[in-house]
Design a protein around this ligand. Structure first.
Ligand SMILES: C[S@@+](CC[C@H](N)C(=O)[O-])C[C@H]1O[C@@H](n2cnc3c(N)ncnc32)[C@H](O)[C@@H]1O
Length: 226
């Protein structure tokens, strides 16, 4: 297992119990909106099987199930899966090696995942592999605001305010909140959007769209498996 994966496992094991409500607090109540936008991109017929990768405590999986899909939730972290209520089968595995046959799912979602993998381009190929041709693949990720004024507020907020809020909850949250802003910034610096869209294209996903939300603090990306 890579150092990055070990780090992600340790990180999420420590914050699993408070994960669902803390996400809302730290994002000023925005992240439920971001997830709704993600879930709205899935347009498979009701009853279809959908794979939610990096499902965590199952927030996206539950929203998909409420729309009538049969959802399998997969995550690297057993404590995250145990803490929540994913609606269908829960699978502990890595996104880099999915234990599923080619083309077995009508659609796939993933949330806040690619910052935690060593090779995001290869992971995109692996995610696309298990989706049937014509199926939607949709993701949600944090983003660095583009506008100068928004970035000027975002940076001190992620660097100082989030860790302060985290420190009220637990040492694990202080650590995670400290890590998060830097991780997001580093990810977008190393992999600009055009490069990321290239990963989707190379994975055989076409008609790729993006929507940034909340002044650019989050981005939803979706496309269709060719
Ligand atoms: C920020 S949480 C997102 C949880 C949930 N989908 C949501 O909407 O909030 C990111 C999740 O990615 C999982 N994760 C990190 N690296 C992974 C990997 N390589 N394969 C599968 N899951 C991974 C973590 O365990 C964690 O539960």
């Amino acid at each position: 297992m890579s150092t990055r994966t070990r780090h992600a496992r340790a990180l999420f094991a420590g914050i699993a119990p408070e994960y669902e409500w803390m996400g809302g607090v730290l994002s000023f109540g925005q992240d439920p909106r971001w997830r709704r936008s993600l879930v709205s991109r899935v347009d498979a017929p009701r009853g279809s099987s959908v794979l939610d990768v990096a499902t965590g405590t199952g927030l996206v999986a539950r929203a998909l199930a409420a729309r009538g899909y049969r959802v399998t939730g997969l995550d690297a972290s057993e404590p995250m899966l145990r803490s929540g209520k994913p609606p269908g089968p829960r699978v502990v595995a890595l996104a880099e090696g999915l234990p599923f046959a080619d083309g077995g799912f009508a659609a796939l979602t993933f949330t806040y995942l690619l910052r935690y993998v060593d090779d995001p381009a290869a992971t995109m190929k692996e995610l696309a592999r298990v989706v049937a041709p014509g199926g939607v693949i949709a993701s949600l990720e944090f983003h660095v605001p583009d506008a100068r004024w928004a970035r000027a507020a975002w940076r001190p907020y992620t660097r100082y305010v989030m860790p302060l809020v985290g420190s009220v909850v637990s040492p694990a949250w202080t650590h995670t909140a400290r890590f998060l802003g830097r991780s997001i910034e580093e990810y977008w610096r190393s992999h600009p959007l055009q490069e990321q869209l290239g990963w989707w294209e190379a994975a055989g996903i076409g008609t790729v769209h993006t929507r940034t939300m909340s002044k650019g603090a989050a981005i939803v990306t979706w496309g269709m498996k060719r």
